[in-house]
Design a binder for this molecule. Sequence first.
Ligand code: BGC
Length: 738
Amino acid sequence: MKISSLAGAAIIALATPMAVGAATGPLAWQNRALSADARADLLVRAMTLDEKLLVVTSYYGTQVEWNKYRDPGARRQSAGFVPGVPRLHFTPQWQTDAGSGVATQGVAVPDLQRTALPAGILTASTWDPEMAVKGGAMIGSEARASGFNTMLAGGVDLLREPGNGRNFEYGGEDPLLAGTMVGAIVRGIQSNHIITTIKHYAFNDQETKRTTVNILIDPAAARMSDLLAFQIAIEKGNPGSIMCSYNLVNGEWACQNDWLLNKVLKRDWGYKGFVMSDWGAMHDTVKNALNGLDQEAGVQNANDYVYKDKLKAAIQDGRVPERVLDDKVRRIARVLIASGAVDNPPTPDNPIDWAAHEAVSQTDAENGIVLLKNDGHVLPLAGSAKKIAIIGGHADVGVLTGGGSAQVYPRGGSAVHGEGPNRWPGPYVYAPSSPMKALQAERPDASVSFASGRDLDQAAATAKDADVAIVFVTQWTAESMDFPLSLPENQDAVVDAVARANPNTIVVLESGGPVLMPWIDRVKGAVEAWYPGSKGGEAIARILTGKVNPSGHLPATFGVTATDWPRAKIDGEEHGKETFDVRFSEGAAVGYKWFDKNHIKPLFPFGHGLSYTRFTQSGLKAAAKAGTITASFTVKNVGSIAGKQVAQIYVSPVAGGWEAPKRLGGFAKLDLKPGQSGAATVTIDPRLLGMWDSARPGWTVKAGKYRVTLATSAADMGSSVVVTLPASHLPAGRGVSK
Ligand code: BGC
């Protein structure tokens, strides 16, 4: 069988014969000449109550004994299965995690090996939406080739807590960047005629006690921060579904939160897809049903919730009108039909073009790895560096991946065994892509030595004997836990020992988010490689040797100490089973906005990323047009090698009055040869020029002067021009994003 192409254009042959074109009768909905809306309507009309109820509950998909609802129709190692409606030939839903590729549920044996795209935070670091579309298209094609029509990807909660164990799955701290990049991943995934999610809606910004934490946030600040990231991602990616989160928001569980689901998502944003719960995030049937939850996901235990049964009772005794169920089923059916998942059902176990897919993953990594520090041009490695010491991080065998439901087992399985928690969300999984071997292949003329880093003296001795020492440090992060910002397992001491032994020390970090770097002044170079995916070792080696010129930029601020952020410690550990409050008092001042507002100097600012060439940014012009601002400028590569620059536009009202001094208003990544100039024009989403107005729901842009700054990071003064805008008001659901 032919598998879908990367762009998802090729279609797999139909698995189920369908009565195409039936004009009347129960199968009339299959008429492909009709719109998805019309077909969904016909389908709902043809369904009995019990058939409708079949569509609103998903069962845990993995075949383990304790999964009471395991169904032979579910697909291997999967997170969810919604039975179809056989009488009407309506498709089952085969649901798989997650944002870096087809995941293996932690309890599943053997692992389902698939290509691991780098972590979401790395893809966000590319600042290149087209790159994200390609990555999404690749993992979506593997989902289809594995028999899935629903991918549980699209994580876009803002990086508000640097220690959040799931930051690696998300798109960083800024609503425009995160929304744009995650929306692009979603678009790519769905180009395979399957649907995906955006998750976890909303404010699931910490994992500690995620099922009982009640996030308190001012509703206007909410609209201007995490919710704006979701809104932009939805506009850009048009996801078939939204996954509501485990936590409470302003006193109500997210999956039964009328404000979040009915008012913001479905009314204000006009969202036409469906809302699925996170796995087991249900509480109250009537509230779930009436407040906007469409599909329960992940039932597994005998005492689990089972929406469909409770909903049936609620409909029969009149607490929930049947038309509410009809709307849910119609939403689910419509997106599955519109995506092509119904007419072109995926089948499992199709071959995968590993080389092509791993190349996509490697290119993503090469564009998202961030060169943080490069004193004295220690990088790229000089030809004169003939003895290279590599220390720590299992760099002799692989690169780290993030844990939990998003865990992808790359081809070949984990390169490291027996480390980390021995139960979910562990263990540590290393993609078998060795930076050391890749470096040796790039530099056959050099002698490369390795020390594990477990013995400080041995690490120092290995480093001392070399021209340059590269220390790999890792911080595993995972769903369901949060993490301290300091590197674990004595790795700071390893860096110190190596830096003392060798003046040419470079640190390569593999982390899921910001970490503290007490040694930064004592090393010459630092590279943030995040979790770089199936070919991360090759990507790192090519960046270190200069085969690839780094062009990743930070999608999140790196602070000096934990107290730089609004909360030095994530709250929750001490609480029992009862719900408890965490107030996001910083409101919309997330990340660099918080640092700016409080005059905190970061270790590395949002937007930061070095290159092996040099760029100038000039000629900034900005004009008010149609209620917003358009900025144009020129970037020139004034160095001697080709490279990519991420030019950033920040905006701020001259008179102040926002949640923070400035916001990212737009960005452009330009690929330039030595001596080449490139022009770019950026149109600012008008929501980024306004404040959410709760009294008159919508975005109010005040008349006045606005500063437009062309910069290379949130800490760069850059160059500015001032533009005068008239007052305007935008309704809640309208922006310029497509
Ligand atoms: C996670 C979701 C995931 C689901 C299914 C939950 O624990 O929060 O992100 O999609 O499990 O595996």
